[in-house]
Design a protein around this ligand. Structure first.
Ligand code: PHE
Length: 347
């Protein structure tokens, strides 16, 4: 019996030795240490032994069990370790390999121009203001010195929604809304970007929806020279330090006097070429001194306060700055066009 036990131990240890995975090892455990295993079988025959031999055999059987059990445990630890090592080796990543670049896209050229102009004016102490695109006739026209039936309303063909509401035709109603919020007290210094709508047929230079940026300054002692100085800074920052501006008399019902502002042509530096149609200058925006009626209707005393305002088309600025020849490019969303305006590239 002793020999049988020893032989079983040897056999089992050998099988443990060669077990190549956890499943095989478990099979050995079940086979040798399980209830139906050979050791249990041997112990069953102990009844036939003498009282003297019995405890000896019992002790030996326990030793054999312990030896097999211990060996299985050791082997199991080894196999587990090997499994982890194999997994690590398989899943190894080389952190020094170059990564994939995530394409983040780029801002729309109009967004880029608006952000640039906002930054420029914020730097001069302006705040950004906004107003609704569906506007009341009162703010869009009436409070801007354009009563119903005024012929100058024809300058801006409009999309009416009801008799009293329309898609705003310019950003000037934001002037009125902002002034009303100031309770007749200056200073007011705002810049307002936004979409505007006009009943125009779309072509290379017209779009029924486009973007404007409005500027408004109201305070004591604001003069025309403040307007021209401000616009000169704008022209130089947007188009280059060597640009000059030129003011031409014009008409807007909400400003008096009114001017059309030109910037010297980048191509010929004012000499005249086919981009500026021989004039040396390119028209970029409308401006003027806020009309006393407009100040009055917005709660400001025109005897105490004066102001200037200007309004420009963002597409026009972008077209001049980037040399774009058709306004429809901004709205057709052709990726080849849009891709050219990276936020981080030089302006
Ligand atoms: N609102 C005018 C337009 O759309 C532009 C403008 C704004 C002119 C402010 C003068 C002062 O044509």
């Amino acid at each position: 019996m002793q020999e049988t036990l020893k032989k079983l131990q040897e056999e089992a240890l050998q099988k443990i030795e060669v077990a190549s995975d956890l499943k095989e090892l478990n099979d050995v455990r079940v086979a040798y240490l399980g209830k139906k295993g050979p050791i249990t079988e041997v112990l069953r025959g102990m009844g036939k032994l003498s009282a003297e031999e019995r405890p000896k055999m019992g002790a030996l059987a326990n030793e054999v069990r312990a030896a097999i059990g211990g060996s299985i445990e050791k082997k199991q630890a080894q196999l587990e370790e090997a499994a982890v090592a194999a997994k690590l080796a398989k899943e190894k990543i080389d952190v020094t390999l170059p990564g994939y670049t995530v394409k983040a896209g780029n801002p729309h050229p109009l967004t880029k121009i608006i952000e640039e102009i906002e930054d420029l004016f914020i730097g001069m102490g302006y705040e950004v203001a906004e107003g609704p695109e569906v506007e009341q006739d009162y703010y869009n026209f009436e409070a801007l010195n354009l009563p119903k039936g005024h012929p100058a309303r024809d300058m801006q063909d409009s999309f009416y929604i009801t008799e009293e509401t329309l898609m705003r035709t310019h950003t000037s109603p934001v002037q009125v809304r902002t002034m009303l919020n100031h309770d007749g007290k200056g200073p007011v210094k705002i810049i307002c970007p936004g979409k505007v709508y006009r009943r125009d047929n779309d072509d290379a230079t017209h779009s029924h929806q486009f973007m404007q940026i409005e500027g408004l300054v109201v305070d004591k002692n604001i003069a025309m020279s403040d307007l021209s100085g401000t616009l000169e800074v704008f022209a130089k920052k947007m188009f280059g330090e060597d640009r000059m501006i030129r003011l031409r008399p014009s008409f807007f019902p909400f400003t008096e006097p009114s001017v059309e502002v030109d910037i010297s042509c980048k191509i010929c530096a004012g000499k005249g070429c086919n981009v500026c149609k021989g004039t040396g200058y390119i028209e970029v925006l409308g401006a003027g001194m806020v009309h006393p009626n407009v100040l009055k209707m917005a709660g400001f005393d025109p005897e105490v306060y004066s102001g200037f305002a200007f309004g420009m088309g963002v597409e026009r600025i972008a077209m001049l700055k980037y040399g774009i020849d058709d306004i429809r490019h901004f709205y057709s969303n052709d990726i080849r066009f849009l891709k050219q305006f990276d936020r981080y590239e030089g302006q």
